[in-house]
Design a protein around this ligand. Structure first.
Ligand SMILES: [Zn+2]
Length: 327
């Protein structure tokens, strides 16, 4: 609920006030980058609206009553959720008109248990035209005691006529320091590692929690050691360790290496050591010529592309590491 959400205090304060003064608009847009907690805020807001105890607890839902438990279990009859579905070919995700029609039918009736109904449309920019028009019709004559929350990273892709009927709340990435403190606490890792994860995640708690700190530190440790002193045996051994990683983790290896060289070039160009993802890049910037760093970056990009098809990942990583370890 609210206390478990990191950041977004201004947005949460506005939502709590709306509940407190019973002035909740018919529809909200929650916009902002993926993974920063918009859906969690929508869930906590719904709970605050539904929970009979919330009013006596500073608009904080109790988490224990039947309403709170049903919401947490995903089976509250007055909360509706619509999300994009995969197409038959599995690639494009969109929201078709059917779920909107079903929603419209359900909204004809009064709330069953809660004082209001809440319909969350997560990924609202993925509504097909027919679905968007159907939503617009609902919003033009909003059913009583019903609130919509449209969640999207791209609010500009919504119909202007939908946007104009919504109260827009914009969410920003969580500041590094705040995110790092939370990661250090939850993951039980040193602050130095947590700051790296927070910056890699670009202010997204969701992305940060999906990163494996041990893998991140392991990859960077090996890489930095190789740039200092690399024998062919070291290169062979590192390539062997990386080639067996899952495809997603192999992509992370490329991201880490590329972000390291970008940091290095940034220090050489403009300084700003305090904002680096990888503080170690500052030391290497003193000895690594910019030309070499640029060559490494393009080699990392080329290898990333090759990795999708390469049959021999061992050789692929060996070649890359050979280039990176030469200065
Ligand atoms: Zn409750």
């Amino acid at each position: 609920m609210w206390p478990s959400i990191i950041g977004h205090s201004r947005q949460i304060a506005e939502l709590k006030r709306a509940v407190e003064f019973a002035r909740v608009p018919n529809a909200y847009i929650f916009s902002g980058p993926r993974g920063i907690g918009k859906r969690r805020v929508a869930d906590a807001f719904t709970a605050a609206l539904f929970c009979a105890e919330a009013r006596s607890r500073g608009m904080a839902p109790c988490g224990e009553c039947a309403s709170c438990r049903k919401l947490a279990g995903g089976n509250h009859p007055d909360r509706f959720t619509i999300e994009p579905e995969e197409s038959e070919r599995g690639a494009v995700q969109s929201i078709k008109i059917d779920p909107l029609r079903e929603l419209q039918a359900s909204l004809q009736f009064k709330p069953l248990e809660a004082p209001a109904k809440v319909a969350v449309i997560d990924g609202a920019d993925r509504m097909m035209d027919a679905a968007a028009n159907s939503l617009l019709k609902i919003l033009e004559e909003p059913p009583e005691r019903t609130h919509f929350i449209l969640i999207t990273p791209f609010p500009q892709r919504l119909l202007p006529t939908i946007r104009s009927r919504c109260r827009h709340i914009a969410f920003s990435p969580i500041p590094d320091a705040e995110l790092a403190a939370e990661i250090a606490r939850q993951r039980e890792i040193p602050e130095r590692e947590a700051v790296r994860i927070a910056r890699l995640a670009g202010g997204s708690m969701g992305t940060a929690m999906a990163l494996d700190p041990e893998l991140v530190e392991g990859v960077l440790g090996r890489f930095i050691a190789l740039t200092k002193k690399a024998s062919s045996a070291d290169i062979f051994e590192t390539a062997q360790a990386w080639k067996d990683l899952d495809p997603g983790k192999i992509l992370l290896v490329f991201d880490l290496l590329a972000s390291f060289y970008r940091d290095l070039l940034r220090v050489q160009a403009v300084g700003g050591e305090s904002e680096l993802i990888h503080p170690e890049a500052a030391a290497m910037a003193l000895s690594c010529p910019a030309e070499h760093a640029l060559r490494c970056l393009s080699e990392i990009d080329a290898t990333r592309l090759a990795a999708e098809t390469s049959a021999n990942k061992q050789l692929m990583f060996e070649q890359l590491l050979f280039t990176l370890s030469r200065q």
